[in-house]
Design a protein around this ligand. Sequence first.
Ligand SMILES: [Mn+2]
Length: 429
Amino acid sequence: MTDHIIDPSVVEAENAKLSTDLRNDYDSLGERLDRRGISIDAIKNKVAAFNIAVPSWGVGTGGTRFARFPGKGEPRDIFDKIEDCAVISQLTQATNTVSLHIPWDRADPNRLKQAASRFGLGFDAINSNTFADEKGKLQSYKYGSLSAADAATRQQAIEHNLECIDIGKTIGSKALTVWIGDGSNFPGQVNFARQFEHYLDSMKTVYSALPDDWRIFTEHKMYEPAFYSTVVQDWGTNYLIAKELGDKAYCLVDLGHHAPNVNIEMIVSRLAQFGKLGGFHFNDSKYGDDDLDAGSIDPFRLFLVFNELVDVESRDADFRPAHMLDQSHNVTDPIESLMLSASDVQRSYAQALLVNRNELSAAQDANDVLTAAQHLRVAYRTDVEPILAMSRFEKGGAIDLLATYRASAYRAQVAQIRPEVAVGSSGIV
Ligand SMILES: [Mn+2]
């Protein structure tokens, strides 16, 4: 029996106001899709089976390097975070896994597992953090971790990743995500080749400790916190790493970790074609790695990414991408942002499912440029909201995410229990 944090009667009351209109909208869209040879129920079933992980750190208010403005009722620890994740999952019915981050979420793994399963939640990839120092550890990561010049520092970073695997084994994770802040801030500060060699050696040790049914994901990022060079700066380096490590190693693509205007959907295609695409981190940006809400700035780009992901899915039944929201909520209630982002990611997925891949392929082969482009535009312009809402409604979620969440007064309730966080704390959490 799954516990619900939001009283189901609140969800039912909100849904009751909208369910007749939803049925009409769904049927009407179904008719139009039928004319295009598409079964709306088939799309809805795929949407219903779609899951995206919520990162534990996402439910806390983020911040910039200038300041952080804490919200009310912020989670105090990982157990509060799991409850917030349970709210998102209950209302969206699209996020039944949580991605942990160690050391931030360090706790008794058995308790973690119990806390999550109470709400029907599981754990997705576990994330290791060696980009910040941890109290009680002897070595500092100021000059790098897995790629550090100092052998003792590298060893400490390796052991941290091994510990993450151990925690993950208990809680049921099947993947380790490694993102490092290692790099350099000045030309000449490091020898690129030697630094990368150190990184590869460290990663080979971590890789050798992976259980048979696990995968390891490496995530590239072109800048920040290192501003001159990063060790894993782009998808090419990421691919080299995955190739060097072996069959259980895959590349993770984060939408925000590229230079402006880079064709990210094409990176998705390239990595997938050579069997090295592990999954995707969703967010949005206007300038750099702005960590804005997925779908809030450039929804067409999000659609194009999904167009590639669905293309892979249609060719490879074993494609099991690890998708996670990876964004920072600086001025919104993180639960609201994460719910709407999960829905926007689902929206892009649904739109991409509308593309007739056989006809698209025929137009491409015939060099019928505009027909090919039109296939994507028609899919993208389709308002699939009734499909998303019907999927949520049938699974016990909320037709209107924001209205239902606000009607529940969850934030006000937890604000009474969770003490206010002191202002002035800085930095991205
Ligand atoms: Mn990421």
